[in-house]
Design a protein around this ligand. Structure first.
Ligand code: SF4
Length: 283
């Protein structure tokens, strides 16, 4: 499948950069976020914090502010925690071993394999929901559990250029083998098992691709993002915050408590603020 790379490759700025830190930042940002939304925040982040040491030394509020409108702000905290672990335990370097990467804060199996492959060329399969669809449809034409899908992804990458192959699989799944597949333009169409055999869509019953996100509009996730967005402008108090985002004070208090628990926000008698933000409160 790696030979379809030239025809489907997306133009993303972190591809081929060869800097493990830049790859790690991109992969943490890409967790649960579409690539197109990551491009500008990734550029901004890398301009301000281009090295592990720069991120480890930065005030927390700066790291969270640089996260921009990406959402899931706790990832910003995990990324800085990871930078600090890398400084303390890995001499400021990103490890190439997926098992070592998996021990870092906020780094799961997908991110560990992606960094190992894209930054170091390790021959491990990068399996996200998009790749899971490609494997279930094009390769085996039956539903796949997560561990079997990972095993297949690992087998496919053997003997190939790891980064090029995994990127081609991600691009294929993101652009053609989408939830509603675009088979008529897909470069894999002539070799696709499901297209040849027909029948029910195997991806719909695959554990590797069945994760669905809850609705965003009106969710706590959306409300948390709006709280963080206000605090990027500077510290304020819960009443002003409640008015700014037009949410009841009780809900705002509950979400502030959760953000405090995650180490993103500080709350004392005077103000709510991003961690380490020393500006005077407004509102
Ligand atoms: S032909 Fe259709 S189902 Fe097969 S890999 Fe391409 S988009 Fe997916």
């Amino acid at each position: 499948m790696g030979d379809c790379a030239p025809t489907i490759a997306r133009d993303l700025p972190w591809i081929g950069v060869g800097d493990p830190w830049a790859v790690l930042v991109s992969e943490v940002m890409l967790q649960q976020t579409q690539a197109a939304r990551v491009i500008e925040p990734w550029r901004r982040f890398m301009e301000s914090l281009p090295t592990v040491d720069a991120c480890a030394d930065a005030p927390r509020a700066v790291v969270i502010a640089l996260w921009g409108g990406l959402g899931y702000n706790r990832r910003a905290g995990y990324l800085q925690d990871t930078a600090r672990v890398l400084v303390e335990e890995f001499d400021g370097h990103v490890p190439s071993d997926p098992d070592a990467l998996r021990q870092l804060p906020g780094v799961g199996g997908y991110t560990a394999n992606a960094v190992a492959s894209f930054a170091f060329g390790e021959r491990v399969g990068v399996l996200d929901t998009n790749v899971g669809r490609v494997l279930a449809r094009a390769l085996v034409n039956r539903p796949l559990g997560r561990s079997e899908a990972q095993r297949l992804a690992d087998e496919l990458v053997r003997g190939r250029d790891s980064a090029a192959h995994n990127q081609a699989m991600l691009d294929l799944g993101a652009q053609f083998c989408t939830a509603t597949p675009r088979c008529h333009t897909c470069p894999m169409a002539s070799r696709c098992a499901w297209r040849a055999a027909g029948g029910p869509d195997p991806a719909q019953r695959s554990a590797a691709v069945s994760v669905r996100q809850s609705a965003f509009a009106g969710s706590d996730r959306q409300c948390r993002g709006r709280i963080i967005a206000v605090l990027r402008d500077g510290p304020t108090n819960p009443d002003a915050l409640s008015i700014r985002i037009a949410e009841p004070r009780e809900r705002v208090e509950r979400l502030i408590a959760a953000l405090v628990g995650e180490g993103l926000v500080e709350y004392d008698v005077h103000a709510v603020r991003l961690v380490d933000d020393t500006r005077e409160p407004t509102g």
